[in-house]
Ligand binder design. Structure first.
Ligand code: SAM
Length: 331
């Protein structure tokens, strides 16, 4: 009866369900968002924890029926609201805290959808596939440190809570799992997320190459020069640029639309013939001087010999500010 395509793996270890609920630090005033309640094992414990309300979003109509049957006439059922739908497509209700054992195929878009929801929630305690969880918490220099790590950690503090073996589920999935806590940063750092992600994407395209060699690529230089010229032709004043650097709710909402699965990025070194050729030098004086401008910025911050895989949040913020100050933009 369980559908693989919907990631239906039911938690069958009550002690594990209890420790997930305990780690959530629920308050009596909390409205809890649960995603993918399935047959309701976690839902039941959330209700019993004495919260104000549980709003559960479930895609599968059969599961919704089963849930309603299970909680019918239950003394706590007035605190439960089940919404049938795809959590990625529906408008999320207000919630203080999110607790969920999710279908793993929606991990990345769901994480960014939650982080772009307003008003911002207090905390999310979510079961992810182990590797995705390790990417979320990875630090500079760790082999799993990637664009996902950097982007999620810009917006939140992430911590690993529990390792969960596959046999805690029925049917058992092919991979192990981990429960992670995500606490949105308040306030959010004052950067444009589009700019931030544009820079991080470039730095992680070949995360083990030096920034000096990455920013020498023709493709990268052409993109940055195009942005540069667009900016200049718009005659943006210094003031307008400053205003743009704040992170607005709209800006973060873009995140929710990042459909590509960041978690699957391996940071593999794709071969690129253009790379070592320095073709920009040959195109003419304009291109060469733009390249010099970029190299100058990298050197100014001592970044030319550094690698994306080793850069911290502070390093990326500093690098972005150097570029922006020189009128170089990533979106
Ligand atoms: N929470 C239950 C438990 O721990 O036993 C079930 C968890 S199961 C891993 C994931 C649940 O999410 C399934 O019930 C599945 O039908 C539901 N689901 C899958 N895709 C969904 C989506 N896009 N939106 C909402 N629910 C979804």
């Amino acid at each position: 009866p369980f559908e693989k395509s919907k990631g239906q793996h039911i938690l069958r270890n009550p002690a594990l369900v209890d420790s997930i609920v305990a780690k959530a630090g629920l308050k009596p005033t909390d409205t809890v968002l649960e995603i993918g309640p399935g047959t309701g094992n976690l839902t039941k414990r959330l209700l019993e924890a004495g919260v104000k309300a549980v709003v559960a979003v479930e895609l599968d109509p059969r599961m919704v029926l089963e849930l309603n049957r299970r909680f019918q006439g239950h003394p706590l059922s007035s605190r439960l609201k089940v919404i049938q739908g795809d959590v990625l497509k529906c408008d999320l209700p207000y919630f203080d805290i999110c607790v969920a054992n999710i279908p793993y195929q929606i991990s990345s878009p769901l994480t960014f959808k939650l982080l772009s929801h307003r008003p911002i929630f207090r905390c999310a305690v979510i079961m992810f596939q182990r590797e995705f969880a390790m990417r979320l918490v990875a630090q500079p220099g760790d082999s799993l440190y990637c664009r996902l790590s950097v982007n999620v950690q810009l917006l939140s503090r992430v911590s690993h809570l529990l390792k969960v073996g596959r046999n805690n589920f029925r049917p058992p999935p092919k991979v192990d799992s981990s429960v992670v806590r995500i606490e949105p940063r308040k306030p959010l750092p004052p950067v444009s997320f589009k700019e931030w992600d544009g820079l991080v994407r470039i730095c992680f395209n070949r995360k083990n190459k030096t920034l000096g060699s990455i920013f020498k690529q023709k493709r990268v230089l052409e993109l940055l020069e195009k942005n540069y010229k667009t900016m200049q032709s718009l005659q943006l004043t210094q003031d307008a640029e400053m205003g743009e650097e704040k992170m607005s709710a709209d800006d973060v909402a873009l995140l929710a639309n990042m459909v590509e699965d960041l978690s699957m990025e391996t940071g593999d070194e794709k071969e690129d013939d253009e790379m070592e050729m320095d073709d920009a030098d040959m195109v003419g004086g304009g291109a060469a001087s733009f390249k010099e401008k970029i190299m100058g910025i990298l050197q100014q911050g001592d970044f030319a010999e550094k690698r994306g895989s080793k850069l911290s949040q502070v390093d990326f913020l500093y690098l972005l500010s150097l570029f922006n100050k020189a009128g170089i933009h990533f979106s």
